[in-house]
Each structure stands twice: as C-alpha cells, then as structure tokens.
Write a new protein. Structure first.
Length: 437
C-alpha cells in the first residue's frame, strides 16, 4: 500500500469544529462557518463562487484516488475535487450544512426538487420493480412515477397518507405481490408528509416498523424515503423516526426567498451511494451560484421558519372562526385523533403552509384571491412573502375530477403559505379580502 501523496489542503474542518468542550453546537450556529476554512481562500470570510468546470490534481496518484471515489470503488464520493458535473466546493459546503440540519451522514444537492426525486427513483428502480408510496404526492412526483417510471416497467402501489399500521402493511404486501408477478422487487417506499396539498401526515414510525417486519431476516430491503419539504428541516427530522432518505425541494423553505430552484437528498453514505453515482452520470447536480445562495439562505433558516410559523398561528387563529370561512386545514389546529397522534410523535411545529376553505365555490375563492393586497397570488411556498393560490384551478388542474374529490381538492380550497411580514398586516389583508367575498 502506498501512502496517500495528495498535499492539497483539506477544505473540510475536523469533526471537533462541531463541539465546544462537551457541547454539541446547534445547526443555527454551524450555518455561519461549518465546512469552510477562510484561510484556504485568501481569507475570504464567505466562500467564493468557484466558476470552473474542472480541478487540477496535485499529482497523478491523487487523481487516481479521486476517481476511485467518483466511480464508486470507494464509498462516500471523491476525497478531492475532480470535475463540476461530480462535485465542487460550493456544492460540498452546502451538502455538509444540509447534513447538519438533518443529522445525516451524507447529503447531495440537485438542480431542482424534481431532479433530486427523479435521480432517486431511477437510481433505485429497475424494470419489474415496484414503488410503494403514500398518497397524495406532489403532482409532478405522482406523474413521474405513474407516467415515466411505468414506461421503464416500474409499477406502483399507494396507500392513504393517514393509514394505520395495518393499512401500511397491506400496501407493502400488495407491493411485494405485484413485484413477484412482474419479476422484480419492492425497490423503494416513498412518502410525502405533510402531503401536498392536503397537509395529511404519514406515520413514518409505523412505515419503518412495517418495512422492518416485512423484510425481517432478508439481506436486501427497500429504503424508506420521505419528501420533507413542508416542515423540514426545522419542524420534522424523519431520520430520527426510521426514515432512510430525506427528500427536499430546497426551492421552498430552505431557499426561502422565492428566488431559486434546487433540491436535496440526505441519508447514510450507504443509501446515498447509488444516487451519487447516477447524479455523476446524469449531471443533475446543483450549480455553484445557486449553491452559494442557499448557503446564505441557511444562515437565516431557523429565524425565518420560526417567524413564519408564529405568523401562521396568528393568522389561522383569526381565520378559524370567521363567518366566511368553512374550515382551516392547519397542522396547528388538527382535530382528527390519528393525525394529532402522528403530529405529536413526529413534528415540533406546524409550519406555515395551510388550506383555507372559503364558504362558497370557485367564484368566491377567486374573489378572495383577487382582493388580497399584501399576499401575492402565486403557486409555490416557503418564501419570505405570503402567497395564496387555488389548487383545483392551478397546480392540480390536470388531476381528474374523481381523484380531486377523493383528495379533498375542492373548488373552495385556497392554499396559503405565510411569510415573515408583520402578522397584524397579514390579518388586516385577509380580513379585507374576506369582506370582499
Ligand atoms: C415544490 C415541491 C417539489 C418539487 O420541487 P422543485 O424544486 O419545484 O422541483 C417536490 N415536493 C414538494 C412537496 C414540493 O412542494
């Protein structure tokens, strides 16, 4: 064995940086410096944006070792920088910090939430395989599974988000039966919680337990992945509840300013390995500029999410008894005992995205939306500004009427994402818009 000959200064600070004495530093503290050493970049306090397509090796031996990581001969990716389709300093610093929030060994960032999801599904599924997923899912995810993965011979089985242990076990059994029929395996269990647009919560602990029971004693078992875009990383940390892979649209709360599109995956090196290899091949990695913007966003993530959630609690408290409101679907106001139980076990806060049911139908809802003055009429969520939209006529327009009815996507449903404005200004805006209905 030859000793490593790479003399490139190591960019990643040692693990001790995460501790002072015996005290583990909190993510909100680590976001200001973790994973970056200014002395390696001319003392620049903030990381420069590294606009380069390729990186010079310190020696031929170092280049060989880096490629061992890239090609998967060694787990965990390359030890050094190689080529910008594989990795880059801005992306790696961002991945380190995302991993801090999630308590994950490894994270990967992507050009969008959907490219993260697509790369994950393609990495884990082969022809004949089956995906078991909770429903509803983000419309593009559901479409990708049903319309794209199916073209490559991948089947799917779904279960309702709020299902109990028996319902989940049944879905896993149906998934395995279908896989046996198709000559494949149950490749992946894919969850979204809270679900878009209903906010229905999935019992992650029950899913992990059902998976473990169904595959007890078997060498190969499907990972449990979960889209945590609505509550994470602050209010729900699924890896602590038995999930293996956490999925993000970083476009939403993580980016937080409605000015970028990005995605992320977190988990152990073991589960990230196949996804990293496929990302290396396909080039679905995030670009350095957007990675830099996300580093800035993560510095304020906690105060943004806290403020938005406090605002949402105030606004929903005002809306819930308003005479022109038929109901409010907010995690802070859950009535269903099963959903409440899941919330109490998995979540530490209700987030700031909710469903508002206006008394009436499409006309009344449109009137409300057109009357808002502070809140903007736009799809998406998780930004500093309050947004409102009409799922039945916008994001879910193409969903068949029967499925819409099943999911509770009614004509009087308005989706609201509360931002960080003054809460009394928001209440005044909602009050005048309801008066106009
Ligand atoms: C927005 C969103 C996505 C897709 O993310 P993009 O960044 O738009 O590609 C996936 N899942 C959920 C829950 C989302 O809200």
């Amino acid at each position: 064995m030859t000793e490593p000959v790479d003399r490139t200064p190591r960019r990643k600070p040692k693990a001790e940086v995460r501790k002072i004495g015996g005290r583990e530093l909190k993510p909100s503290t680590l976001m200001m410096g973790y994973g970056y050493d200014p002395q390696l970049s001319e003392g620049s306090l903030k990381p420069p944006i590294f606009l380069t397509s390729t990186f010079a090796f310190s020696s031929a031996e170092a280049g060989k070792r880096h490629f061992e990581g890239i090609t998967g001969l060694r787990e965990g990716g390359a030890e050094g920088l190689v080529y910008s389709r594989f990795n880059g300093p801005n992306q790696e610093i961002l991945e380190d910090r995302l991993g801090v929030w999630e308590g994950a060994e490894s994270s990967l960032v992507f050009s969008s939430g959907m490219s993260a999801i697509a790369t994950l599904l393609l990495a884990y599924c082969s022809a004949g395989d089956v995906i078991v997923h909770s429903g509803p899912l983000y419309a593009a995810t559901e479409g990708f599974i049903a319309n794209v993965m199916s073209r490559y011979g991948v089947g799917w089985v779904d279960f309702a988000a709020g299902a109990d242990r028996a319902g989940i076990e049944d879905a896993i059994a149906r998934g395995r039966a279908l896989a046996a029929e198709q000559g494949g395996k149950l490749a992946l269990i894919y969850l979204e919680s809270p679900a878009n647009p209903t906010n229905a919560l999935v019992d992650i602990e029950a899913v992990a337990a059902a998976r473990d029971a169904a595959f007890a004693g078997e060498e190969r078992y499907p990972p449990v992945a979960i889209d945590n875009t609505f509550l994470g990383p602050l209010w729900q940390r699924p890896l602590g509840h038995g999930a293996d892979i956490v999925v993000y649209s970083l476009t939403k709360y993580a980016g937080g300013h409605s000015d970028l599109v990005a995605g992320g995956l977190s988990g152990s090196k073991r589960w990230m390995g196949p996804v990293r290899s496929l990302r290396n091949t396909m080039g679905t990695i995030l670009d350095p500029n957007t990675s830099w913007m996300l580093l800035r966003s993560l510095e304020t993530l906690e105060i943004r999410m806290q403020r938005a959630t406090e605002n949402a609690i105030r606004v929903c408290d005002f809306l819930k008894d308003h005479p022109k409101v038929a109901g409010v679907g907010f995690l802070g106001l859950l009535k269903d005992a099963r959903q409440k139980d899941i919330y109490q076990r998995h979540c530490t806060g209700p987030g700031s995205t909710f469903s508002l049911f206006i008394k009436g139908g499409e006309a009344e809802s449109f009137r409300f939306l057109d009357s808002l003055k502070v809140a903007k009429l736009a799809v998406s969520l998780g930004g500093t500004e309050t947004l409102a939209s009409h799922p039945a006529a916008m994001t879910h327009l193409s969903v068949p009427a029967q499925r819409k009815a099943l999911l509770g996507i009614t004509d009087n449903l308005v989706r609201v994402s509360i931002g960080i404005e003054d809460p009394d200004d928001l209440i005044a805006d909602f009050e005048q818009a309801l008066a106009a209905v």
